[in-house]
Design a protein around this ligand. Structure first.
Ligand SMILES: NC(=O)c1ccc[n+]([C@@H]2O[C@H](COP(=O)([O-])OP(=O)(O)OC[C@H]3O[C@@H](n4cnc5c(N)ncnc54)[C@H](O)[C@@H]3O)[C@@H](O)[C@H]2O)c1
Length: 380
């Protein structure tokens, strides 16, 4: 007799965990002492820390390396700095085959265990790539992000996603893994060139358009201050955008995106494809700005928002200095359109595109009219 013949025995696994991590906003973090860092690190099991620093940050601010050394020395009764490694940031680190293995090997060489920390100081691309490596090394080594661009501080660095690009597709390999902490230091923003600085504000427009009309109005009326980098306004823009992203992840009911919807990815289906088609000549935030402009016009064309509203927002983004069109979107529309198919596959079968409905609110649409989108792309 076989007990399992013609029968289905099912055990149910069920547990819940509370997830959370601090997201700190400050300045001059590497001059701060034990009190500041005690909410970031828990050294009860391992004191070891390996640090990765974005080469772009080092070039803009060469003393960062000695500042980190001095900071580690000042905390040497708490932490044991195993290495500081300068890494080429930007999209190239996400495209580099073998990058995650290189990080994992360094952890091995320095005997970092899963209770040790990796601290990564850099833009969204480096945080994504090192974060991915950290999430698979020892099945997850502790990871603290120190985001250094607007986009990383207000969006990518505060969330739960990591990833690298493979087979020409953005974030094809990646994980949903929580960081142990995020430490935003506004001083890093002062180092950015105008183009990288501005590109990150596209994500503020994105989230405001679908989540917060009051913040959208604030962005539009403060375009000139943001362009001139008035510190209080830059800090508010970053803080409020990060808060909206955090609220969505924490309270939106689907932090690990089990559903088909990518609610925060308004404007992203074409953006990801534009980045790849331009060989990453377009920065992520710039591609998002173009994707937002295209989808705002589409939302207006199908009656979700008023045409004047779409034009008003696009005008503000343009005034800020964000690109709202790229020749590829007209000249290679079919290739851009493939981005929709990749997006559908990435989110798991069903096409589901976030759109604004009445500004400050989001809706999902489940099909897109190619002819209409092409017409709007030409008009852009
Ligand atoms: N994980 C997520 O949820 C998520 C969300 C949105 C975007 N992203 C990803 O984020 C990436 C874009 O990030 P980004 O906009 O921060 O750009 P980036 O990381 O590509 O950095 C742009 C350039 O700025 C340099 N840099 C970084 N900080 C600097 C500083 N303070 N001073 C001078 N130079 C500096 C970098 O070396 C790089 O050359 C994309 O790969 C995108 O896919 C991830």
């Amino acid at each position: 007799m076989n007990a399992y013949q013609n029968s289905k025995i099912e055990l149910k696994q069920n547990f819940s965990l509370s997830h959370g991590y601090p997201v700190v906003f400050s300045r001059s973090i590497f001059t701060q002492g034990k009190v500041f860092w005690s909410s970031i690190f828990d050294f009860s099991k391992s004191r070891k820390v390996g640090v990765y620093v974005d080469k772009g940050v080092v070039e803009a601010h060469p003393i960062i390396l000695s500042q980190i050394q001095d900071w580690a020395s000042s905390l040497n009764s708490e932490l044991d700095l195993c290495f500081i490694e300068v890494v080429q940031g930007g999209e190239s680190c996400k495209n580099q085959i073998g990058f995650p293995e290189k990080i994992a090997k360094q952890c091995l060489d320095h005997n970092l265990c899963r209770h040790s920390y990796i601290l990564c100081v850099g833009g969204g691309a480096l945080l994504d790539a090192v974060g991915f490596a950290a999430s698979i090394t020892h099945r997850g080594i502790r990871f603290v992000r120190v985001p250094t661009t607007v986009l990383a501080q207000n969006d990518s660095g505060v969330g739960v996603k990591n990833g690298v690009n493979r087979f020409g597709i953005k974030n094809f390999l990646g994980t949903f893994t929580l960081p142990d902490a995020v430490v935003n230091d506004f001083n890093f923003i002062d180092l950015l060139d105008d183009r990288t600085y501005l590109s990150g504000i596209a994500e503020a427009f994105k989230v405001a358009i679908i989540k917060d009309k009051k913040f959208l109005d604030w962005l539009i009326s403060n375009v000139n201050n943001l362009k001139d980098r008035v510190p209080l306004d830059v800090e508010y823009m970053i803080h409020q955008t990060a808060k909206l992203h955090l609220e969505h992840i924490g309270k939106g009911g689907d932090p690990f995106e089990y559903g088909s919807s990518r609610p925060l990815d308004f404007g992203h289906w074409s953006a990801h494809k534009l980045e790849a088609l331009t060989n990453h000549e377009l920065l992520h935030g710039e591609a998002v700005a173009i994707g937002i402009a295209l989808d705002l016009n589409y939302a207006a064309a199908i009656g979700l928002i008023a045409t004047e509203e779409a034009h008003y927002i696009i005008h503000a983004m343009k005034q800020l200095g964000l690109p709202i069109v790229h020749p590829i979107i007209r000249d290679k529309f079919n290739a851009v359109w493939d981005g929709l198919e990749e997006f559908r596959e990435h989110i798991g079968g069903e096409l589901c595109i976030a759109m604004p409905q009445n500004l400050g609110h989001r809706t999902d649409i489940y099909s897109v009219d190619k002819e209409l989108m092409f017409k709007l792309a030409r008009q852009l």
